[in-house]
Design a protein around this ligand. Structure first.
Ligand SMILES: [Zn+2]
Ligand SMILES: [Zn+2]
Length: 248
């Protein structure tokens, strides 16, 4: 019995210590869970609250539609992302994808705050799936983690199994058009009937070129969805976007 008690005590101590540290750097934050990050980490986060593309939500230097969306009009209606994928934010997203699963709480809170940037609808949340092999390797799907918390915060329903990812493409080194070709046929719908007349909100970690979101949106619309929007943690800035120099 004593052994069990000691194990329980250790678990409790572990949980308690997590509750009082910054989700990003581990510094002590006594007012946890608000805020979840310490002052320093919070001010290092690059927010996406300047000009953004009206379609894909990526940071821009002026208002309007970005060159990528102009080149090939994406099937989604609009995407929003509270943070800019840049420097410290990129580091945090990277940690989130590599074991620091609890960062989903912070990210989902930020995403909930960005929801009013999108048309107000009774969305069905759809996390972007990973292939079974990749998810088994990582142990979790980060988009699913975000959708769980976002659903708790907003009351919107999540459909976890409507989308399936069939194959992994080599996306990173490709240009915009190559990326579109790279994701073509990568996903499939498990039940087309469900889509009819629904308003979907695709959930993902990073909005890069928008190729993944555009591909999924086109598929949902073909199956009869009424509308498709997207909500991501962070959006990669457009090429011509130049931010203020930052010091660390
Ligand atoms: Zn911190
Ligand atoms: Zn755009």
């Amino acid at each position: 019995m004593a052994v069990i008690r000691e194990v329980l005590r250790k678990i409790r101590r572990k949980l308690a210590s997590e509750g009082y540290t910054c989700d990003a750097c581990g510094a002590e934050v006594f007012s946890y869970p608000t805020p979840r990050l310490c002052e320093e980490c919070r001010t290092s986060i690059v927010r996406n609250d300047g000009y953004t593309c009206e379609k894909c939500g990526r940071p821009m230097r002026a208002s309007g539609v970005c060159s990528t969306c102009k080149e090939v009009a994406p099937a989604f209606e609009k995407v929003a992302a509270p943070l800019a994928y840049h420097e410290y934010t990129a580091l945090l997203v990277n940690r989130f994808k590599n074991g620091k699963r609890y960062l989903s709480y912070y990210f989902a809170e930020e995403m909930a705050k960005a929801l009013p940037r999108l048309p107000q609808r009774a969305f069905v949340l759809l996390p972007v799936p990973m292939t079974k092999q990749k998810q088994a390797l990582r142990g979790y799907n980060q988009a699913e983690e975000l959708a769980v918390h976002l659903s708790e915060l907003t009351g919107l329903a999540v459909h976890y199994t409507l989308l399936e990812k069939k194959k992994d493409g080599e996306q990173k080194r490709l240009s915009g058009k190559e990326r579109i070709a790279g994701v073509a046929g990568a996903f499939r719908l498990t039940e087309r009937k469900f889509c009819k007349g629904k308003d979907f909100l695709i959930i993902d970690d990073v909005m890069t070129s928008g190729a993944t979101l555009a591909e999924i949106s086109a598929m949902l619309l073909r199956a009869g969805a009424r509308s498709v929007c997207g909500l991501c943690v962070a959006a990669v800035p457009q090429k011509d976007f130049i931010s203020e120099p930052r010091e660390f």
